[in-house]
Unconditional design. Sequence first.
Length: 92
Amino acid sequence: MTSEHEEYTAALMIPDDIRDEMNSRGIDESYIRQVIAYGEGKSRKLVDTRTGRFIAHRKIGSITCWAEYAPEGGGYRLYNTYIHRMAIEGES
């Protein structure tokens, strides 16, 4: 079971272009780690059957953060991320 602020702590590979986008959008790496912990810990993720990548989201404060990621070398590689100031009905 994941706590509200639990973060994924193993290797997280973030390509420079994705990190640049994160910085310009105000997405902190800790948000991504929370999304992955939630997606993996609660099995709250979708699988893109075409790419094999996972897509997960997590409400963090007043935002909902999304991450597209895949297992790689004992950790995860981040492929895309974005945030919305929205709430998904039925989630706390």
